[in-house]
Design a protein. Structure first.
Length: 427
């Protein structure tokens, strides 16, 4: 039976009025005293424009472990409860809201940002000692003992219970994008010989134990969604293939996850997860270059970052619906809802994904930066199927996000389009 984006869907106790969601991206609220207001500034207009679900970008379950200065890290229960007014505002505007929980692992800012490293009280976590090629760039990383893994699992359960008390409708585990949970799943990073390493099933155990801990602390009826790589590419091949990723998805379904967002991911955090062009404006902006130099204490970091993003843009140019093969394969293998994300830019693409049964819910991420009211036309049946968003997939937002700047569009060409025209006299 054909499905369209306006149809409601239930995901356990999570009931959505339509099948469009704001995919988790960085909002830049960080540790600001008004972080609830910062999130509300972005989310409430999205809800008013009709989006069914908002997934709040990665919130770190411990005081340390952010990969960006703009991420929120949970000091204690008060960090989560301060967000309750924002959650209520989203609900009042007509949308549901899910919070994504995770940890940066090897790539936590305490491993690469000089000021964060100087202030750290704990070393960044890893499933095993990092590969040799990462050690010069990411220092002081701590491989977790088995007891420490169990403590981390309990922390996820504890934080999830607070999120339910704050009014969130569900949680999503941030299991992709080369962060800590992905690192446990990856044979490149995870070389453990205890119950959390070895076979694919053992590497997946961390996810399943976190799911159990959330059920115990937040309630078995509190939905837990999952974002995870179903394909992992490494520097010389694949960490695991799509067929292996599909088997992992089945394991996650059997483990009680309510829905899954399968993606492709590299072992290194790069623009494989967002794809697009080289952001020239980033590396000609004096403010951003200054922040990069502040992060590393010298001038070579911005040059290395520039080369890295130039190479990534050549390897991963923008491609419409680039995860289609992946979410389609997972959808065919599991019974739980599958969320599509990755390069979905037009109503026509969304309609085709749903009508063909390749996924159940449609995710759009970065275009929300340029158009907070994007759902208004995405959900309008009269909108032309090929109506393009303002977002040009320029990747100009990537480095500012990493440095903690607000989650907005940084593409000067897009922003020029939105600038009010000057009248002739003023000109």
């Amino acid at each position: 039976m054909s499905t369209n984006i306006l149809e409601p869907i239930s995901i356990g106790a999570l009931h959505l009025k339509n099948r469009l969601y704001r995919a988790p991206v960085l909002e830049g609220a960080g540790q600001k005293k008004d972080h609830a207001a910062q999130y509300a500034k972005y989310f409430v207009p999205n809800a008013q424009a009709g989006v069914g679900l908002i997934i709040q970008g990665n919130t770190i379950v411990l005081p340390e472990g952010r990969t960006s200065l703009g991420m929120t890290a949970v000091e204690g229960k008060e960090t989560i409860m301060e967000l309750a007014p924002m959650v209520r505002a989203v609900h009042e505007a007509g949308a549901k809201i899910v919070i994504q929980l995770g940890h940066g692992g090897v790539y936590a800012i305490e491993s690469w940002h000089q000021e964060a490293r100087a202030r750290r009280t704990h070393h960044p976590y890893a499933p095993s000692p990092p590969p040799w090629w990462l050690r010069p760039m990411h220092t002081g990383v701590h491989a977790l003992s088995t007891d420490e893994v169990w403590k981390l699992i309990a922390r996820f359960g504890e934080v999830a219970a607070w999120t339910r008390e704050a009014g969130y409708d569900a949680v999503q585990l941030a299991g992709g994008n080369a962060k800590l949970l992905h690192q446990f799943l990856s044979p490149v990073y995870n070389r453990r010989d205890d119950e959390f390493g070895g076979s694919a099933a053992k590497r997946a155990r961390l996810y399943l134990e976190i799911r159990k801990a959330i059920a115990e602390r937040a309630g078995d009826d509190y939905p837990v969604l999952l974002k995870m790589p179903a394909v992992e590419n490494n520097l010389v091949g694949q960490g695991f293939t799509l067929s292996e990723g599909v088997e992992l998805a089945r394991i996650m379904e059997d483990g009680g996850f309510a829905a899954i967002t399968p993606t492709a991911a590299d072992v290194l955090p790069n623009t494989a997860i967002c794809r697009g062009s080289y952001p020239t404006a980033t590396f000609t902006n004096d403010n951003i270059k200054g922040l990069l130099r502040k992060a590393k204490g010298n001038g070579w970091w911005d040059r290395m970052m520039s080369v890295s993003m130039w190479m990534a843009a050549r390897k991963y140019p923008f491609q419409p619906v680039w995860n289609r093969e992946i979410f389609r394969a997972v959808k065919q293998a599991v019974r739980i809802p599958v969320f599509a994300v990755g390069g979905i830019r037009t109503p026509g693409e969304a309609a085709q994904i749903l009508s063909s049964g390749d996924a159940d819910v449609i995710g759009v991420g970065r275009p929300f930066y340029a158009e907070p009211d994007l759902p208004a036309w995405f959900l309008d049946p009269s909108t032309p199927a090929d109506r393009e968003p303002k977002c040009e997939s320029s990747n100009a937002c990537i480095v500012p996000q990493m440095l903690g700047l607000p989650g907005v569009c940084y593409n000067p060409d897009v922003n020029k389009k939105d600038a009010p025209a000057k009248d002739d006299k003023a000109a």
